[in-house]
Write a protein that binds this ligand. Structure first.
Ligand code: NAP
Length: 248
């Protein structure tokens, strides 16, 4: 018996990177998986096929996490298509890195709207359904940049620190409803997001990591699954750093 058999997981940004690894890991454990993506339709279609090949139901929904209306429409569609939502993973995110002196208002708005408002949109839309189901698990993908800051990421660090605020507050608001809310704060993970760093930036990063290597997306997914599983039944409002030892 797989541990998420017949559960329904909704993952934002499931077409690539960490979100895709999370989607596949849930399917590996028997969950039916709905996920959103912004524009990568072909990539989303192949993730659907990979999940179905594991014997689970899957659907990808094109939707912009920044849009309150879009989010509510997607959540309604997932409930119609899958019947319920047991697990929400707020994973969709972007970076627009530059020093504050060069950061434009647009850089700030894009990152805050996608990462932080996106998480608000989905928490609000999905928690209503979880309250009616009398159970649920929410996992927010933050970042160590939201815990310790990172030069060149004022917008991103603020968005990820904001997600920690959402996590702790919602954990308190929803604990009595049998809904647990936790966050994972990854360090540096091999995805398209970090691919764009220069060789010099990558070397500086490696020097910061006690384990001297970056993470595979699957190493983040395994912690997300733990926080969505009965194994973490007495945890809420926590931020788990998965970072090779940077934050300790
Ligand atoms: P990625 O490879 O760039 O993938 C980003 C995903 O988010 C894609 O599925 C993308 O959809 C989706 N997305 C972006 N903007 C969206 C929007 N407005 N609406 C809906 N979906 C949207 O990123 P990643 O590295 O896997 O990162 C995933 C999460 O982990 C992010 O929240 C990121 O901040 C966090 N994180 C990453 C690292 C790292 O080192 N990689 C470290 C710490 C935290 P499309 O494919 O359609 O564009």
């Amino acid at each position: 018996m797989r541990i998420f058999q017949s559960k329904v997981a909704l993952i934002t940004g499931g077409s690539r990177g960490i979100g895709k690894a999370i989607a596949l890991a849930f399917a590996e454990q028997g969950a039916n998986v709905a996920f959103t993506y912004r524009s990568a339709g072909a990539a989303a279609e192949s993730v659907v096929k990979e999940i179905e090949a594991k014997g689970c139901k899957a659907a990808g929904y094109q939707s912009d996490a920044r849009s309150f209306d879009d989010t509510h429409k997607v959540v309604d569609a997932v409930i119609k298509d899958f019947g319920r939502i047991d697990i929400l993973v707020n994973n969709a995110g972007i970076t627009k890195d530059t020093l504050l002196m060069r950061m434009t208002e647009q850089d700030w708005d894009d990152v805050i709207d996608t990462n932080l408002k996106g998480a608000f949109n989905f928490c609000k839309a999905v928690s209503r359904q979880m309250i009616s189901q009398r159970e649920g698990k929410i996992v927010n993908i933050s970042s160590i940049a939201g815990v310790i800051g990172n030069p060149g990421q004022t917008n991103y660090s603020a968005s990820k620190a904001g997600m920690i605020g959402i996590t702790k507050t919602l954990a308190k608001e929803l604990a009595s409803r049998n809904i647990q809310v936790n966050a994972v704060a990854p360090g540096f993970v091999d995805t398209d997001m970090t691919e764009k760093l220069t060789a010099q930036q990558k070397e500086a990063l490696l020097n910061m990591i006690p384990m001297k290597r970056t993470a595979k997306p699957e190493e983040i997914a395994s912690v997300v699954l733990f926080l969505a599983s009965p194994a973490s039944s007495y945890m809420t409002g926590q931020v788990v750093c998965v970072d090779g030892g940077i934050v300790m």
